[in-house]
Design a protein around this ligand. Sequence first.
Ligand code: NAD
Length: 498
Amino acid sequence: MTDKATITTTASIAPPRQFQQLIDGEWVGALEGRTFNDMNPFSGEVFAEIPASGEADAQRAIDAADKAFPAWAAMGARARQALFLKAADVLERRADEIVLLMAQETGSAAPFSRFQVQWAAGLLRQAAGYPYLPGGEIVASDTPGVFAMAVRKPLGVIGGISPWNGSLALGFRTIVAPLACGNTVVLKPSEDAPVCAGLLMGEIMTEAGFPPGVLNVITHAPGQVGPIADRLFESRKVRAYNFTGSSATGSLLAARAGKQLKRIALELGGYNPMIIFKDADLDYSVDTAIFAAFFHQGQICMNTRKILVERPLYNEFLDRFVARAKTVQPGDPSDPRTKIGPLINDQALANVRKGVDEAVAKGARVLAGGGNQGRCFEPTVLVDVPADAPIHCEEVFGPVVLVEPFDSEDEALEKANGTQFGLSASVMTADVWRGVTLGGRIQAGMVNVNGPTMGGEPQIPFGGVKDSGWARFGRWAIDMFTDLNLVTVSQARRHYPL
Ligand code: NAD
């Protein structure tokens, strides 16, 4: 066991750094003493040594969260608010160091990392107001003398499972709303970002003064999520889950949660269309499409995967878009001048390569990119992708985008909806009402008229439909992480039929 004061993530300390996990306010190794190497996706070097936990560690974390719950749920609004505000300050104070950590652990280049820091600080400050929101409402009763109240109550222990891709923003999104609603949390970050999607949350909340056990963070080696997942899903002490990740994993975990009749918030994958009408501003459409398709090297759930262009504009758009795509080059994310970096690991590289190769084998043409240097995959533009190529409607998590022409609004809509996903969409047009009405017919949780498919402010009702999940963040998350309890008071004696 090590005192938390001796733990450091200071970026000036050369990798590989050694980390511990957070259970009941203590920084500890895995009970069996095992560790694993967390790799830098750009350099291929070891970034950090991380505890490789198992079932017993998960049980300790669950017990700690369960023990901390009653006092945390009862803490006054002012005290709780102060902690979230302090956490935002701590995060901002450490911004430069954290941006470097994200580069080294997840390959995130500075523009996306800086965005994540600012977003997470905003999330913490907004959640600081949750304890002051109305805790329920008065309900009219038909029974004379009965006073009825619907009261919001925290659920208890929440199991948080975070992904690696928007590591810092999504690590915080996994814990902040549950905590602000009065729950305690066991956070299990992705094995590809145990520091930036998990242990950093532990450090920041601990420094801000969150009581021991309110947030616990446990880590595991690649391929060894099973025992921790078993504990999290089988323990009756864990009342609900907050999951962000792939639709395949989300489906599996929804079944596990459902078996125990527990709720699970799901934020899953996307296959996000951008529709460009012939009256759209061409330069702006090209700028928007480049950003939306290739930011964070295509590893954001909201990246544009398919661009649909009305035929009169198609050739000119394609020429300009392809020319611009060729100028966006991935590089070392630790260099502040780099705009996009590498894919997260070799499996991700293989998946992207496979998606492109399968499409090409079926007749698609590569107009830009298609190559890679190490894990850096070039921004890639595909046309003539046949409908039976998986990439035609399935998420390939990398800098690859399809471009297709369309002749009518109905055709654009059919193509936009021709996927099982439904996270985000965008419509580019000079006719805003056309954008709004068409947007209403697109099967997506979020539609942006004259903006990119990526929309990122902490207060929006973020979330998808269909295979993209059903959770909603912003203040709507309060519904997910509280129960609504009815309390009645009979102010006079009541008369019964028996
Ligand atoms: P993933 O599903 O592989 O992993 C997500 C998390 O689930 C990780 O912590 C992982 O360890 C855990 N996990 C995997 N198998 C598990 C199991 N059997 N039991 C318990 N936990 C398990 O996803 P990823 O590769 O980390 O993230 C990329 C995916 O997430 C993409 O599909 C992307 O679109 C999606 N995503 C969605 C959103 C959103 O808000 N909708 C945001 C970011 C990423």
